[in-house]
Write a protein that binds this ligand. Structure first.
Ligand code: ADP
Ligand code: GLC
Length: 484
């Protein structure tokens, strides 16, 4: 297996900076691909959090003026992999979030903040610092201009791949930014960066990259339809031969109930009875009644329309009519945050809600909940249902995207064959969700069947091994296709 050099470009990377699953995936890929003989380096923005945790390293590139100020690329080794940080104080030294200010509104200069990331990535891609990667892998709209910059550079370039983690965010900006973004006039066409009269960052990447991937086979098909493609379905259909879906894996060290430092009691699928202590610890922590027999449903999620948690609010009265409890950790839309806080007061001792971000509580919920709910309207892959599998919290998921691809529904046949790992429901409506919750509670009442579902889930391979092999094949194919 020949060795390959690759550069990933992304706006988030765990453990340095994270708002969602993208960071987990970008953080895991360099290690997963090292086993495939691929050296994957990663370029991320030098946000304050990144600079606080990552040592500075060496300066490998300098820009006198990168969209309004001087900038540098530092390279540092972290746990054996090289991380490039784009230091650009005028773009990233801010107090708010990664994408929005303290007021929750998008930064007005996001086009330049992420064009800068893509531009710096393109320079590394074209060999400026001597690394000279064979492949450049751009994640989501924030990195997606990189293939475009290299395409228009009239210079030998590496193979390019764009990965879609969430097509709902596309980076669309006015046409007037063409020149300020250093894009040539000829780029403004239907086969370039033009998108519904403006400039589309993700569109440009999807149009100009050699290969497109997304994070599950089902989502790869779904985004070719108007319902899920969000305006990009036509382009994706036209390029269907170059689109593939590769499931995410999970970090097996961070998410392992046999070694997890965040949970009350360690366990594995041989010692499932020990989960009871984690359930009690979770109930205490969230102010729930400590009832060993309650059917405890867990949720860890961004609170946005995508995640379908408004449907859970709708069916909550029905859920509360049985012996169920709810443990929810989440943050996001203010209205949803308020409604869940209100639900907690309305159902004292039966609904426990923590609004905010907590790595520890996320682990406690996986280890203590009986079932784990992901009722998304769309879900490119989803990681939390994979963690739930590892922790024996039976996933209840909507039948979309990666949720459909990773959970085996407990229908009659699957139960008989003892292969079921969770429950799926469809369509993503309150009625279907209510039915799935009722069915899950019924199955939970049959301790032997429930245990079998838990064990099948815990034995499922959700590691990076298979996905890494598929990425490696894709990288190598892209390089060969480019040369050929
Ligand atoms: P998405 O990226 O769409 O949010 P994923 O399921 O791929 O969905 O990834 C979500 C990641 O963020 C998981 O690692 C999950 O545990 C974590 N997460 C989400 N919300 C919170 C929260 N409030 N506190 C801690 N972790 C969270
Ligand atoms: C996005 C998607 C999620 C996916 C994650 C990592 O945030 O919403 O489904 O798991 O990216 O690929």
């Amino acid at each position: 297996m020949s060795s390959l050099r690759a550069l990933a470009i992304a706006s988030e990377m765990a453990p340095f900076v994270k708002t969602g699953g993208l960071a987990d995936v970008v953080g895991a890929l360099p290690h997963a691909l090292a086993d495939e003989n691929i050296e994957l380096r990663t370029l991320i923005p030098g946000y304050p959090d990144v600079l606080a945790t990552l040592r500075a390293g060496d300066t490998v590139l300098e820009f006198d003026d990168l969209f309004g100020g001087p900038a540098w690329v530092h390279a540092a080794r972290h746990h054996g992999v090289v991380i490039y940080t784009l230091i650009a104080p005028h773009l990233y030294a801010r107090e708010g979030g990664l994408y929005t200010g303290c007021d929750g509104v998008d930064y007005p200069d996001n086009a330049f903040r992420f064009a800068a990331l893509a531009w710096a990535g393109a320079q590394i891609g074209l060999g400026a610092d001597g690394f000279a990667p064979d492949v450049v892998h751009a994640h989501d709209w924030q990195a997606a201009l990189a293939p475009a910059y290299m395409h228009y550079a009239d210079h030998p370039r590496p193979a390019t791949i764009v990965s879609i983690h969430n097509i709902a965010f596309q980076g669309k900006f006015p046409k007037a930014l063409l020149e300020p973004l250093r894009l040539p006039q000829r780029a403004f066409s239907i086969d370039g960066v033009e998108y519904y009269g403006g400039i589309g960052f993700l569109k440009a990447g999807l149009q100009l990259a050699d290969r497109i991937t997304t994070v599950s086979p089902s989502y790869a098909r779904e985004i070719e339809t108007p319902e899920f493609g969000m305006g990009l379905e036509g382009l994706l259909r036209a390029r269907a031969g170059h689109v593939s879906g590769i499931l995410n894996g999970v970090d097996e060290e961070a998410w392992n109930p046999a070694t997890d430092t965040h949970i009350e009691t360690l366990y594995d699928h041989w010692s499932l009875a020990s989960r009871a202590k984690n359930k009690a610890a979770l109930q205490k922590r969230l102010g729930l009644r400590v009832e060993p027999d309650a059917f405890l449903v867990g949720v860890v999620s961004r609170l946005t329309w995508q995640k379908g948690l408004d449907l859970l609010l709708e069916v909550l009265p029905q859920l509360m009519s049985g012996r169920a409890q709810l443990a929810l950790l989440g943050a996001g839309d203010e209205a949803l945050e308020e409604e869940f806080a209100a639900a907690e007061s309305a159902h004292k001792g039966r609904v426990g809600v923590h609004i905010g971000y907590s790595e520890e509580l996320a682990h406690m919920i996986q280890a203590g909940a009986d079932a784990f709910l992901v009722p998304s309207r769309f879900e490119p892959c989803g990681l939390t249902q994979l963690y739930a599998l590892r922790y024996g919290a039976v996933p209840i998921v909507s039948r979309v995207g990666g949720l459909k691809d990773t959970i085996i529904d407990a229908n009659e046949m699957a139960l008989q064959a003892e292969v079921a790992t969770g429950l799926q429901f469809s369509p993503t409506t309150a009625e279907a969700l209510a039915m799935a919750l009722r069915e899950a509670e019924r199955l939970f009442g049959d301790a032997e069947t429930w245990r079998k579902i838990q064990v099948s889930g815990m034995r499922t391979d959700v590691s990076w091994r298979n996905p890494a092999r598929r990425y490696a094949t894709l990288f190598r194919d892209a390089v060969i296709a480019k040369v050929g």
